[in-house]
Design a protein around this ligand. Structure first.
Ligand code: FAD
Length: 385
């Protein structure tokens, strides 16, 4: 692996770092408290060029590599993990449309995403189908040149804002296959506002509070056949491909959140005086901070390595799952240590480490739990249950 970033990659990291520290981090506490969706910051992210990294120049993007994307998401999450997830899910859903959608879908959904006036969603999870994707019950029925979708998706990011444009929905194609687990699957893009497509109120959440998470219902939703954006029957496999971008982005979000926790803990350890000395001079406090720093570096390296190899066109399933597993678990540990370094202050919501501790809890669950990442890694090592 080449450890030297290109001048362009360094510039992207620097630009997003400055933006996130100046404009995102100072708003994070208020957004966590109110749970308001930060429309203005989504727009500012686009002005800084973050969403555009995923899209070609002819659409107004910059066609950057995966490594640049990962660097940008890490820096954004160092400002606010909740905003990072809004952006990586919202733009990631658009990247699929840019590759597989019709020119109209690109005009109506992708272009707004690039300028910060749109976001998309990706829906695979259902009330009775989380880790076990094959048991999903949402159906897509082909009727002539139309598809009819029925079902419920749970815990979906981004569907209920004023700028939510569409939802890429993994469905089981109606067929006469006997064993439900062998059904053919597909991905159908459903525009916001389609008759029969409704979203619930926002869930009340432990963390990621300013990101929009809702249940989505489809009651006889009719869309044109060309809204099927996967090959018929390949929906799950292609959906897992989409999840890989989510997983590497969540790994980067974890590194950024953990780095923010370390930044805050170093500052606190220098300022807080006990026994007549800054607590950072006590070796047992130093041990905690050092553990945080080492975990972050290991998580960052695994994440950058996965991005680097992905760019080289390697089969990176193992590396992406390892990065997702390690970075999310490391961030959970780091966020916990950050609270410990802060003592009682860390339990108070005025201190950012309290928010990191809550925000990080979903990282080892979303986009495939740590247990599922271990299953995937075991498979790549040749082991099967
Ligand atoms: C804030 C938030 C945002 C989300 N955004 C999205 C989104 O945008 N789109 C989307 O589709 N989903 C989204 N999700 C859903 C998320 O991906 C799922 O919660 C996750 O995949 C786990 O599914 P589950 O919650 O049903 O847990 P389950 O699958 O029910 O798992 C419960 C526990 O059992 C374990 N387990 C299950 N099966 C096995 C097994 N075979 N071996 C070992 N352990 C096992 C799990 O690891 C976990 O610990 C979001 C969730 C949240 C909370």
């Amino acid at each position: 692996m080449n450890f030297n970033l290109t001048e362009e990659q360094k510039a992207i990291r620097e630009t997003v770092r400055k933006f996130a520290q100046a404009e995102v981090a100072p708003r994070a506490e208020e957004l966590d408290r109110t749970g308001e969706f930060p429309y203005d910051l989504v727009k500012r992210c686009a002005e800084v060029g973050i969403q555009g990294l995923l899209f070609p120049e002819e659409l107004g993007g910059t066609n950057a590599d995966v490594l640049s994307w990962v660097l940008a998401i890490e820096e954004l999450a160092r400002g606010d993990a909740s905003l990072a997830v809004t952006i990586f899910v919202g733009a990631g859903a658009g990247a699929v449309i840019q590759q597989r959608g019709t020119p109209e879908m690109i005009r109506d959904w992708v272009l707004p995403i690039i300028i910060g006036e749109g976001i998309g969603s990706f829906a695979i999870t259902e009330p009775d189908a989380g880790s076990d994707n094959r048991s999903i019950r949402t159906t897509a029925e082909i009727r002539g040149d139309r598809i009819v979708v029925n079902g419920v998706k749970s815990f979906i990011t981004n569907p209920g804002t004023k700028i939510s444009k569409f939802i890429n929905t993994v469905c089981a194609l109606k067929s006469d296959v006997d064993n439900p687990r062998d059904r053919p699957f597909c991905i159908v893009s459903i525009p916001t506002g389609t008759t029969g497509y409704t979203v619930s109120e926002k869930y009340r959440k432990m963390g990621w509070r300013s990101s929009d998470t809702r249940e989505c219902r489809f009651d006889d939703c009719v869309v044109p056949l060309n809204h099927m954006i996967s090959q018929p029957g390949k929906g799950l496999e292609e959906g897992w491909g989409v999840l890989n971008l989510g997983r590497i982005s969540l790994a980067a979000t974890s590194v950024g959140l953990a780095q923010a926790s370390l930044d805050a803990s170093l500052k606190f350890a220098r300022q807080r005086v006990q026994f007549g000395r800054p607590i950072g001079s006590f070796q047992r406090v130093q041990d905690m901070v050092v553990e945080m720093a080492v975990e972050i570096e290991a998580a960052r390296l695994l994440t950058l390595q996965a991005a680097f190899l992905w760019e080289q066109d390697h089969d990176v399933q193992k590396e992406i799952s390892m990065a997702k597993l390690y970075a999310t678990e490391a961030a959970k540990k780091v966020a916990d240590l950050g609270v410990q370094v802060h003592g009682g202050f860390g339990f108070m919501d005025e201190y950012a480490v309290s928010r990191y501790y809550r925000d990080v809890r979903i990282h080892t669950i979303g986009d495939g739990t740590s247990q599922i990442q271990r299953m995937i890694i075991a498979r790549t090592l040749g082991l099967r249950v």
